[in-house]
Design a protein around this ligand. Structure first.
Ligand SMILES: Nc1nc2c(c(=O)[nH]1)N[C@H]1C(S)=C(S)[C@@H](COP(=O)(O)OP(=O)(O)OC[C@H]3O[C@@H](n4cnc5c(=O)[nH]c(N)nc54)[C@H](O)[C@@H]3O)O[C@H]1N2
Ligand SMILES: Nc1nc2c(c(=O)[nH]1)N[C@H]1C(S)=C(S)[C@@H](COP(=O)(O)OP(=O)(O)OC[C@H]3O[C@@H](n4cnc5c(=O)[nH]c(N)nc54)[C@H](O)[C@@H]3O)O[C@H]1N2
Ligand code: SF4
Ligand SMILES: [Mo]
Length: 668
């Protein structure tokens, strides 16, 4: 038995270091790596048995060719040679007839490794295919942060240790950033208080001293209400503001008068007295620290909401204090020259851009050229993309040649003409960086590919050959690509010792002294007033909303990661896709705990099992997790209800900006 290092590949801010126990070529056990500076040897429950995913009997082990109708899941095995030949043959015909823009790649974050995640970019650029705007996650959050802070470095998560007031704002940390709980525990032992600001009382409330329940999409108004009280009572940090903040006076004069606690109470549903108290406590804290999730950014007003909240720490001077600030996400892009993988210059002339949130529209509407082929990898759009009915309608098109490169027979793979088997992260090489901390790590394969699985990079090398793309770039191995990147490190990466990085140890990128008050904006200050934005100052904008009775929050489930882990029978057979509702709302509709209900709106109808819970406020229903259709009672999952509408800035998804009606489903 050997114990080998690896990295958790999933789309999670923690990016855990793994210790994989390998026996006879199989992974038999996976543990957390105690040497990882942030994750400290602990794994979340999903990854505790990663070996069950890697060696699952559900793994796709050979290329498959469709033998039944689209969506039926009927396939026959074919060889790699035949699969690649068929793809290249079809594509050559499509390119001749319609041009390469008739081919659309669709990928997101099934793995976060830099090589495997970006492996398709150079290929599709070189082919001249349509480009995908990959904005399903949190570009509105990025926009909101940058509008105020520019390229300022995000605080190290261990700042929390020195904070006396930690605010978990729109983040279900117990599910999505579990290792920050260590840091919160350290701070609480030193007397820190914790607030949770969410639309319902998530299980993360167990670490919170105070839970603040806000109406969906109204956090921007709450932040303005807090600033109103701070300004009215002169609780701001004048000294810090005069040195480091641009536009506070303008905000105070032109915006804040409109956001009295009474007005904000009307918008947010939070009592005026509570808003007063929050403002005073926030201003009085020595070093308040906000950990900002993406939940509140997935609304029509998402970017403005994040921008408004991001103004708060500047006003009380939190950035100047050890333990104070706001962490929306870390940016470690500067560490790696990702261009060495993506090669945008392979694109000879700009091709059309299709927003991934609008896949349903793109596949169904008449476009020029039409989309004739879809190549899906590291993503499962039939489940995770908004407006599922439209997506499935598009995937069912007989004239759409669809290829899906996957580990499992997902809802999307069932609609493929050709399915290609993908390696898991234990079977391929990669380089990882995190979006919640500053750790980087290289990973090597620890087992051989399961069945005939191939990595993303290997498949794009094969496709490049078959499409007669001659660049020698495509014939390198993933390790050669990584070696080339590490031989020519960025100044930041060059600060790390190369040998342990090469050996696969987790290492932390160093942060410069005083970085927290080095504001990398055009003015060198925190820009509450940003002359480059359409709205120069923050203000409250309403979310899109819908014409239905209940807001539908459809945020992560601790047992799933987007639609990943649906392959794990121990997770999915014991659990049901639930719709949680407040007891009074349920009583008003005569609904009982455990019964089947329909949730519906203009886009679709989904069957859930009702769970009545006092943790959900009136007027809201909650459905956690993205489930595969095979596990749900109706034949649609939660995204049949969500919308393709985009955010105010950043062209992001608006998953939680959705309303539904709910009724009994009888014996459906
Ligand atoms: N277990 C698990 N972990 C995951 C994922 C998963 O699916 N499962 N997904 C991964 C991915 S891709 C991402 S992007 C991150 C997501 O992680 P984050 O976006 O950082 O935050 P979440 O933990 O998803 O929390 C969203 C929270 O926001 C709340 N919320 C929704 N609307 C509002 C609002 O208007 N105001 C406020 N204050 N709160 C609101 C929801 O109720 C939910 O509790 O997590 C990653 N980690
Ligand atoms: N209702 C609702 N929908 C949501 C969200 C929500 O909160 N609510 N969250 C949204 C967010 S934030 C995000 S980021 C998206 C994420 O959406 P996706 O990035 O599509 O995430 P997954 O559903 O995890 O699908 C990833 C797929 O990649 C496959 N895979 C894993 N490793 C590899 C590999 O190396 N190669 C290949 N070819 N395949 C691999 C996995 O088997 C899995 O099926 O979902 C979004 N969808
Ligand atoms: S999903 Fe997140 S918390 Fe779980 S093992 Fe992976 S990186 Fe760690
Ligand atoms: Mo995401």
């Amino acid at each position: 038995m050997e114990v080998m290092r690896s990295v958790c590949p999933y789309d999670c801010p923690d990016t855990c270091g793994l210790l994989v126990h390998v026996e006879n070529g199989r992974a038999i056990k996976v543990e957390g790596d105690p040497d990882h500076p942030f994750t400290r040897g602990m794994l979340c429950p999903k990854m505790g048995h990663y070996e069950k995913t890697v060696h699952s009997k559900r793994r796709i082990v050979t290329p498959l060719l469709r033998s039944g109708s689209k969506g039926s899941g009927n396939f026959v095995e074919v060889s790699w040679d035949e699969a690649i030949e068929r793809i290249a043959g079809n594509w050559k015909q499509i390119v001749n007839q319609h041009g390469a823009e008739a081919i659309l790649p669709y990928s997101y974050a099934g793995t976060m490794g830099l090589v495997q995640r970006n492996a398709g970019h150079p290929f599709f650029y070189r082919l001249g295919a349509s480009r995908l705007e990959r904005t399903i996650c949190s570009p509105a959050k990025g926009h909101g942060w940058s509008a105020v802070m520019g390229k300022t470095m995000a605080p190290h998560p261990n700042e929390i240790h020195k904070s006396d007031l930690i605010i978990l704002w729109g983040i279900h940390a117990l599910a999505t950033d579990i290792h920050i709980m260590h840091d919160i525990t350290i701070a609480r032992k030193r007397g820190a208080k914790v607030w949770l600001i969410d639309t319902y009382e998530t299980p993360t409330a167990k670490v919170a001293d105070q839970v603040i329940v806000v109406r969906p999409g109204t956090d921007g108004a709450l932040a303005l209400g807090i600033m109103h009280v701070i300004a009215r009572d002169k609780l701001e940090d004048r000294n810090f503001i005069s040195q480091h903040v641009q536009g506070y006076t303008e905000l105070q004069a032109a915006v804040l008068p409109d956001y009295s606690p009474e007005t904000v109470s009307q918008i947010t549903g939070i009592a005026a007295g509570e808003i007063e108290q929050l403002a005073r406590q926030y201003a009085a804290a020595k070093a308040p620290f906000i950990r900002l999730g993406s939940g509140l950014s997935r609304y029509g007003n998402g970017a403005m909401t994040v921008r408004t909240i991001t103004c708060l720490p500047g006003i009380v001077g939190a950035w100047g204090k050890p333990g104070g600030g706001l962490l929306a996400g870390t940016s470690t892009e500067a560490a790696f020259a990702i261009k060495a993988i993506t090669h945008e210059e392979f694109l000879e002339q700009p091709t059309r851009i299709i927003n991934m949130n609008k896949l349903g529209q793109a596949l169904n509407e008449v476009t020029d050229p039409p989309i004739k082929s879809l190549y899906v990898y590291i993503s499962n759009p039939a489940a995770i993309a908004p407006d599922q009915n439209r997506v499935l309608q598009g995937l069912a098109r007989e004239d759409l040649f669809t290829i899906v490169h996957e580990r499992f027979m997902t809802d999307t793979a069932k609609y493929a003409d050709i399915v290609l088997p993908a390696t898991s992260s234990l079977e391929h090489s990669d380089l990882y960086r995190s979006y919640g901390n500053y750790v980087v790590q290289r990973a090597y394969p620890v087992i051989a590919p399961v069945g005939q699985a191939k990595s993303n990079w290997e498949v794009f090398s094969l496709l490049a050959g078959a499409m007669e793309i001659k660049e020698p770039f495509f014939s390198q191995s993933a390790d050669e690509l990584i070696d080339a990147m590490l031989r020519n490190p960025s100044p930041w990466l060059a600060k790390l010792p190369l040998q342990p990085l090469q050996a696969g140890r987790p290492l932390e990128l160093p942060l410069p002294d005083g970085y927290k008050t080095q504001f990398k904006t055009p003015s060198g200050k925190i820009e509450i007033l940003n002359p480059h934005e359409d709205d120069k100052l923050p203000r409250y904008i309403k979310p899109h909303g819908d014409d239905a009775e209940f807001w539908l929050i459809n945020s992560p489930d601790p047992r799933l990661l987007n639609s990943s882990f649906n392959e794990r029978e121990e997770l999915t057979t014991a659990n049901k896709m639930l719709l949680q509702m407040n007891p009074e709302d349920a009583a008003g509709k005569g609904l009982k705990d455990g019964q089947l209900v329909f949730a519906s709106n203009e886009r679709g109808e989904v069957v859930f099992t009702l769970k009545i819970s006092a943790k959900i406020p009136a007027g809201i229903v909650v459905a956690e997790g993205v489930w595969w259709l095979e596990h749900v009672p109706g034949n649609r999952s939660v995204n049949a209800l969500t919308s393709q509408r985009l955010t105010d800035k950043g062209k992001g998804s608006t998953f939680y900006d959705v309303k539904v009606n709910v009724k009994a489903a009888g014996n459906a």
